[in-house]
Design a protein around this ligand. Structure first.
Ligand SMILES: [Zn+2]
Length: 207
C-alpha cells in the first residue's frame, strides 16, 4: 500500500487485510504500546500512522475485530459503508472505530473481560458524571484490571484532570448477569448489541 507522508514522499508500506494474532502474537503488544501500523517515512524520518480498515483476529483466543477508520465513523454508523465485523465462528466478532477504540477493546480482551459488561459499566459511569457535572462532556475508558478491580479513566470533568473510577469485580459480575435479562427498550440494549458494542451508541445518534 502506498502512503503519502506530510513531506509528500510516497512510502510503500505493508498492511495486510487481516492481522492474524495466532501467527504473530506480537501484534497485541504493538496495539497496546501504540506502535501498531506505525511506519517511519524513508524520506524525512517522521512517524506515519495511516488509519486504514483492517481486521485483527485470533482463532485460538476467539476474537475477530474489524477496525473502521475514525474518519468514517459517521458513514459507518449511518450504514453508508460495506464494513462488516469479523466472522470467525464462535468468537467475539466486533467493530471498533478508530485506534483508541481498538486499543481499549484489546485491553478488555487481554484482561479476559466481557466487553458488553465493560461498555455497560461505562454507561453507568457517564450517567453518574452527567448528574454531578451536567455541563461537562465526559468520556470514559477502560484502562486495566488491577487488584480485583476494573479501573476506568474519566476525561472532561475538570480541565486537565483525569478522574479514576474503580469498579469491584463482584459488581462487574452482577452487571454481566443482569445483561441477560435486559429489556429491548433499555438504553443499554443499544450499547451491548454486536457488532459495534460501544457506550457511544447510547449518546451519539447518527440519523
Ligand atoms: Zn516524510
Amino acid at each position: 500500500m502506498k502512503i503519502t507522508c506530510l513531506c509528500e514522499a510516497v512510502n510503500e508500506v505493508d498492511i495486510p487485510a487481516v492481522y492474524d494474532v495466532d501467527a504473530d502474537p506480537a501484534v497485541v503488544g504493538r496495539i497496546l504500546d501504540g506502535s501498531f501500523m506505525s511506519f517511519t517515512c524513508t524520506e524525512c524520518g517522521k512517524l506515519i500512522k495511516p488509519e486504514v480498515p483492517v481486521r485483527v483476529s485470533s482463532l485460538k483466543r476467539k476474537f475477530d475485530i474489524f477496525l473502521v477508520p475514525e474518519i468514517e465513523r459517521g458513514d459507518y454508523l449511518a450504514g453508508k459503508t460495506d464494513y462488516r465485523a469479523g466472522e470467525l465462528a464462535s468468537s467475539m466478532n466486533r467493530i471498533v472505530i478508530g485506534f483508541s477504540e481498538l486499543l481499549e477493546k484489546t485491553r478488555i480482551v487481554e484482561a479476559g473481560l466481557d466487553d458488553r459488561t465493560v461498555e455497560a459499566l461505562k454507561y453507568y459511569i457517564l450517567v453518574q458524571a452527567d448528574e454531578t457535572h451536567p455541563d461537562a462532556e465526559a468520556s470514559v475508558y477502560f484502562r486495566e484490571l488491577k487488584d480485583g478491580k476494573l479501573v476506568f479513566h474519566v476525561d472532561g470533568l475538570k480541565a486537565g484532570e483525569v478522574g479514576i473510577v474503580n469498579v469491584p469485580m463482584d459488581y462487574y459480575e452482577k452487571t454481566t448477569k443482569a445483561l441477560d435479562g435486559l429489556k429491548a427498550d433499555d438504553p443499554l440494549a443499544d450499547v451491548i448489541k454486536p457488532p459495534y458494542v460501544s457506550v457511544s451508541n447510547a449518546f451519539e445518534p447518527y440519523e
